[in-house]
Structure formats: C-alpha cells, structure tokens
Design a protein around this ligand. Structure first.
Ligand code: SF4
Length: 356
C-alpha cells in the first residue's frame, strides 16, 4: 500500500489544468446524455478522431429520446469508422431503456448508472462525476499511468489486485468537495497531455518534485501491464457480386465483429484465395473466368484480431442472383450502399474501386 497518498499535490494539478486544458464541448455541459455520449465515443478513440462523431451525434440526436427512436441501422451508419460497434449498439439499447423505464431521465448516481446495460464502472463514474458532481473517482488509462508513476506503484494494472489498489488510491486523493469533478477531468487530461505513455514531459512537470517514478528512473517502466491481448488471425475473401449494376450485400447478424453492419459475400478460410484457387471453391468456381477485379491483400487490425482481406469483383447472371437472393442477400445500387452501415474498410474499398 502506498504511504504518501496525502502528499498528492491536488492544487498544482488543478492549476496545470486551468492553464492547459483543451476546449472540448463535453467539458462545458452538465447534460448527462452528452457526457455519456462523449465517454462512449472516447473509449479506444482519440479526441481528435472522436470530436466530429460527437458533433454529428449531438446534431442528429439532440436528446436521449431522439437516439432511442432512431433505427439501429441509422445509428451504426453514423458511427461508421469509429469501430467497436457494440459500443454504439449498447448505447442505443440503453437509451431505449432509459426512455421507456426512466422517463428519459439518466440516473443521477454511480450505483444506479452501473445497473444499466453497457455502462461499466468507468462510464458510470464519469457521468456521476461530470454530470452530477458525485464524489467518485474516474479511472481511465491516463489516470492509472499518472498514479502508477507519481506513487511509483509496480502492481499490474490489468490484475484485479491492481484495479482495487488504484481505485483505493484514486478515491483517497479525490477532493471530497465541489472540486472533485474538476479534479477527475484534470488528472485524465494530465495523463493525456503531460504524463503521456511514450514521452512524458517530466522536465516541465508540476508534479516532478514528488514523482517516485522520476526519482527512481522508472518512468518508462510504469505502469506495469502484464496481461497481453491474444490476437487471432483471420482471412476474409470477399466477393462483390454484381448483377444489373447492383451489388449483393447482407446484414451480419451473428455474434461476431461488425454485427449489425452489412458486408459482401464472404468466404472465411484459413488463407487468402488467388485467382487459381478460386476454381475449387463451391459456388464461385463457375465464375472464376469472369472475375473483373482481384484486389491486393488489405490488413485490418482490431484489438483482438488481425484480418487479411481480399476482394474479388464478379459480374453474375440472373440464375446466381436468384440463388443469392434466396440466401438473404439483397442487391443495392451504389447510392443505396452509401447509406448502409458497413465496416469502414469495405466502405472505402467500394467507394474507391468499384464503378457501377
Ligand atoms: S514527472 Fe514525468 S512521470 Fe512524473 S508525473 Fe510528471 S510527467 Fe509523469
């Protein structure tokens, strides 16, 4: 257990925040729906990339009821390009629950927020603190890093023990007054701008005199994170079947990546096909001579998966069009495809390479 928790220089951190904070729209609101939206968008996403999405959502769905009433397809289309689509699906479902069961009013405390689907400890704390000034610590990756370095803590932040230890420290140093919300924002911003993962600005750091990691020369070693993410390799062979200037697409309904988005005819295999191997593939073989375009291999990286992808563009006859329709594929024009939610790699490839 860290013994110098009461020495955390709260005022120095707050002064730093006052001078250095970024001007961001969710910092000037107490609307819990907007705060929730910003936190969901910013999980795994940088501020610069997330900001336009925040603005689009606030514009299209200015209240929680607007979001609840939207179709999942429209929500996912607006989310397209942010990745982690389950975040959008969960938020949409929870907006419907809040609208139906809570009269559209977001619960105003940490405990009740945690009961909602898709709202974890971090998001519940952020809404309770920023929206309702509850004295609850908000712990994101930035906060773990600042605490680990300042107090020189070597406990693995990905372990349950680490989570408990860091939470206790964060709760202990949190001012239990009207400054708690600002303090939470300040320590997160400090981690994002000053005490960064790769090149923290220790030379001009207001916390430098008390920083244990700096004193022990362990800045680059902390925080400790032992749990390594296992990456699964997958191979996607996509067939862009064209009939009468329309393309076959299908909604992905299985519990897998991109659920709720549309994609082309997919053959997942243990390798990427080339023109020759296609001859042996059921359904495709007959068309191996009609291929209009074979793309290069694209690599798409997700948190837990690395996917190699190749596209084959094939013009088909009516008979095959009927077979695909029977398999729940629908044929869309280029402008209709533009409006469908789709994985961003497919959207970009289609836009750039397929001319109908
Ligand atoms: S001295 Fe360096 S490591 Fe320590 S808190 Fe400041 S920026 Fe972070």
């Amino acid at each position: 257990m860290v013994d110098n928790q009461n020495q955390f220089p709260v005022d120095k951190l707050l002064n730093w925040y006052e001078k250095n904070k970024r001007d961001l729209p969710w910092r000037t609101t107490k609307n819990p729906y907007f705060i929730w939206l910003s936190e969901v968008i910013l999980q795994q996403t940088r501020v610069k990339q997330g900001l336009p999405y925040y603005e689009k959502f606030v514009h299209n769905y200015p209240t929680i009821e607007h979001l609840a009433k939207a179709s999942e397809s429209d929500v996912l289309r607006l989310w397209q390009g942010l990745g982690y689509y389950s975040r959008a699906r969960n938020m949409h479902k929870t907006a419907q629950i809040i609208t139906q069961d809570f009269n559209g009013i977001v619960p105003n405390n940490y405990k009740d927020l945690l009961r909602l689907k898709g709202i974890g400890k971090y998001t519940a704390a952020a809404i309770a603190s920023f929206g309702f000034n509850e004295n609850v610590a908000v712990l994101d990756g930035n906060v773990y890093r600042v605490l680990s370095r300042f107090f020189g803590i070597e406990t693995d932040i990905s372990s349950p023990k680490g989570e408990k230890e860091f939470r206790e420290i964060a709760e202990n140093i949190l001012p239990k007054n009207e400054k708690s919300s600002i303090f939470n924002q300040a320590i997160m911003e400090f981690g994002a701008l000053q005490c960064t993962p790769q090149s923290p600005d220790c030379l001009f750091c207001p916390l430098e005199s008390g920083c244990k990691a700096l004193a022990k020369g362990k800045v680059n070693e902390l925080p400790i994170k032992l749990k390594k993410i296992k990456i699964k390799q997958r191979f996607f062979n996509y067939f862009i079947f064209e009939y009468d200037n329309k393309i076959a697409m299908k909604l992905r309904v299985d519990k897998d990546i991109w659920q709720g988005l549309n994609d082309f005819y997919l053959v997942e295999n243990d390798s990427i096909f080339d023109k020759n191997t296609l001859k042996n593939i059921d359904f495709i073989g007959d068309y191996s001579e009609n291929i209009r375009l074979v793309s290069k291999i694209y690599t798409h990286i997700l948190t837990h998966q690395k996917i190699d992808i190749r596209f084959f563009h094939i013009v088909i006859k009516e008979e095959e069009m009927n077979k695909l329709t029977a398999k729940n594929y629908q044929f869309y024009t280029k402008s209709e495809i533009e409006d469908l939610p789709k994985p961003i790699l497919l959207a970009n490839y289609y836009k750039d390479c397929i001319n109908l």
